[in-house]
Design a protein around this ligand. Structure first.
Ligand SMILES: NC(=O)c1ccc[n+]([C@@H]2O[C@H](COP(=O)([O-])OP(=O)(O)OC[C@H]3O[C@@H](n4cnc5c(N)ncnc54)[C@H](OP(=O)(O)O)[C@@H]3O)[C@@H](O)[C@H]2O)c1
Length: 331
């Protein structure tokens, strides 16, 4: 048996229950992991609420796509790993199939990455979703180049902070946005070249000012909703607007026609484009690993909760006051 977080109906954080359930056995291509830390993601709050990009197939439903732990046992046909090895679990599966909010969990072996010695369990649970998402979109799909500008919305999110570090590493110029002035200094310290406080400043005017009127080659947008029209208006000709989150919770227009049909590439992006593609994943892991080793990349942890306090952790996430990643540890 393993303590496992499940929910029996959609709802707020209060629907999360910690229950003793059979952990099962790893089948072919799977591994049993003793979980030490779980990386928390907005996707789980959305899945719990019934507004994620997929619905729960049945109840009770499990949660969690990112974790750090130790391999307990391996299923048939798994090579390259051994029992007792410290690993990270990266997001590449549906939460309808696996869930790592638990003391022990079966996961696909394809989702395992050996843990770099320089990272502890909390950091190892906080790295892969943010860095794979940001590097995958901006570099592997977008082809960002030195001198390009990237506007990073909701930049105090774990993905936003990773995107700032990655843009800097690639010689690009990160412009961060936040709703609140209180996060501005921390974003500058985190490497943003400029910060636009969207509750007080005009987003498009700010971007045009910081790019000498050219517009940004990339917008990496976690907010979506009606604000994309302004954002798209400040993307450079032939630039790309990635929609990778929907924090606004509002419908998102396609602004191309209102803006006079500019040469705008606008696309959604999901980290699975990287994690389910072995060659892209290999390249991304090598790039991120080198940044972790030389200290260029350091995951920003906002707060660590105990897994038993998972409802409080989700409440904290949904308040939106965090700066960086939330992690839950298993004790
Ligand atoms: N596509 C993918 O594969 C992928 C992968 C990972 C994450 N995501 C998405 O990336 C986003 C960030 O995820 P995360 O887990 O790193 O961080 P998060 O906890 O979802 O984001 C926290 C930050 O977002 C900002 N925010 C919250 N609500 C907002 C709203 N209604 N309007 C504007 N800004 C808001 C806040 O910053 P300020 O207060 O500073 O504005 C807050 O500090 C989420 O939308 C998530 O779903 C997508």
């Amino acid at each position: 048996m393993a303590k496992t977080v499940r929910f029996h109906e959609y709802g707020g954080p209060e629907v999360l229950r910690v229950e003793d359930v059979p952990a099962g056995e790893p089948g072919p291509g799977e591994a049993m992991i003793r979980i030490e830390a779980v990386g928390l993601n907005r996707a789980e709050a959305l899945f719990r609420s019934g507004v994620y990009i997929e619905q729960a197939r049945s109840f009770p439903a499990r949660l969690g796509a990112e974790a750090a732990g130790v391999i307990e046992s391996l299923g048939e046909g798994v090579t390259g790993f051994h029992a007792g090895q410290a690993v990270s679990v990266i997001p590449m599966f549906s939460m309808n199939d696996y869930g790592v909010y638990a003391e022990r969990a079966v996961v696909p072996a394809a989702a395992l990455i050996a843990r770099p010695a320089s990272l502890d369990a909390v950091e190892s649970a906080a790295v892969w979703m943010p860095y794979l998402t940001a590097y995958g979109a901006l570099s592997q799909i977008g082809g960002i180049r030195p001198g390009d500008t990237a506007v990073i919305t909701a930049a105090s999110s774990s993905v936003g902070l990773a995107a700032i570090q990655i843009a800097n590493r690639l010689g690009a110029v990160p412009i961060a946005t936040t709703r609140t002035r209180s996060k501005k200094d921390a974003l500058l310290k985190a490497g943003a070249a400029h910060v636009i406080v969207t509750d007080e400043e005009d987003l498009a005017a700010g971007i045009l000012e910081h790019t000498d009127g050219r517009g940004a080659e990339f917008a990496f947008d976690a907010v979506a909703g009606p604000g994309v029209t302004d954002l798209a208006g400040a993307v450079a000709r032939d630039g790309t607007l990635f929609l990778y989150g929907a924090l606004s919770g509002q419908p998102t227009p396609y602004p191309g026609f209102d803006l006079g049909m500019p040469a705008l590439n606008m696309r959604t992006f999901l980290v699975h484009e990287i994690t389910r593609n072995p060659e892209r994943l290999r390249v991304a892991v090598a790039f991120i690993g080198s940044g972790l080793r030389d200290g260029t990349f350091t995951p920003t942890i906002d707060r660590v909760f105990a897994l038993g306090d998972i409802a409080d952790a989700h409440r904290h996430m949904e308040q939106g006051a965090q700066f960086g990643k939330l992690v839950a540890t298993v004790r």
